[in-house]
Design a protein. Structure first.
Ligand SMILES: Nc1ncnc2c1ncn2[C@@H]1O[C@H](COP(=O)(O)OP(=O)(O)OP(=O)(O)O)[C@@H](O)[C@H]1O
Length: 243
């Protein structure tokens, strides 16, 4: 394990969470924890329930049972906006930056919950974390490469100073070299103290940088443990790593 966070406060705590699409049950009693400063990865195949779980955490997917706490606050039935204000911010799958707006304006949008006077200083912090965004600050976001748009989507989320960042498949649609760079950046954000919950189909890349990993299969957690330990697990290797 990269860091021992067992004594750190809980940022996200999920207990017995269930969710349905009509009569189809997509989540079967999920238990999961993210502690302050941790990088926690949830890996699983297509259709395992990763996006459903993230959407339930963000408050845009109905929950049929169980509970979700952010920093001790029960948000199981709270609105999505309330959850953002409670400190959880999701970077959606497929990046979804505002293409016709400049990089700077995209970042300002991410700061909508923040006091106006602090936004410019936070933007400079983002430019220090993501120097390529500084270079391109006046360009339209739609002109950035896929990897740069992923960085902008992460920076935009961080502009709200969330207590945890939820990343939905940041490697999706990126070339292998860019995937490696994005994961280096995600690990770097963790090293700066940012709490991250990373959801990925790319189990190898995600577990390689994770402090703690969870494996989800057909809506249930089937394995969990330190990221590097899961990487060495035989079941994970045969099911997700093609070994
Ligand atoms: N709108 C929907 N209506 C009915 N069933 C759905 C809906 N969305 C997802 N499901 C089902 O819920 C289960 C979990 O899907 P989910 O999208 O959460 O998986 P995932 O692990 O995120 O997959 P992916 O990697 O493709 O995003 C799947 O069986 C899927 O078919």
């Amino acid at each position: 394990m990269k860091n021992d966070h067992t004594g750190s406060p809980l940022v996200l705590q999920i207990k017995g969470l269930t969710s349905h699409y009509g009569r189809i049950q997509a989540l079967h009693g999920i238990d999961l924890e993210v502690r302050q400063g941790q990088l926690v990865a949830l890996v699983g195949a297509n259709g395992a329930g990763k996006t459903t779980l993230l959407r339930a955490i963000s408050g845009v997917q109905p929950v049929s049972g169980g509970s979700i706490h952010f920093r001790g606050e029960d948000v199981t039935r709270a609105s999505a906006d309330r959850r953002v204000r409670a400190g959880i911010c999701q970077v959606p799958e497929g990046r979804q930056v505002f293409g016709p707006m400049s990089v700077e304006d995209n970042l300002r949008l991410g700061a909508y919950t923040r006091p106006k006077g602090e936004v410019e200083a936070d933007m400079e912090r983002m430019f220090a974390l993501f120097p390529v965004l500084k270079e391109k600050r006046l360009l339209l976001a739609g002109t950035l490469s896929g990897g740069q748009q992923q960085m902008l989507a992460m920076a935009r989320a961080l502009m709200g100073r969330p207590s945890a960042l939820l990343l939905d498949e940041p490697s999706m649609g990126l070339a292998p070299l860019l995937i490696a760079e994005i994961f280096r950046i995600v690990a770097g954000l963790r090293d700066q103290g940012i709490t991250i919950f990373l959801v990925e189909q790319n189990a190898h890349a995600a577990l390689s940088i994770a402090d703690v990993g969870y494996v989800i299969e057909t809506g249930a957690i089937t394995l969990s443990g330190p990221g590097p330990e899961l990487l060495r697990n035989e079941r994970v290797q045969s099911a997700y790593l093609g070994m």
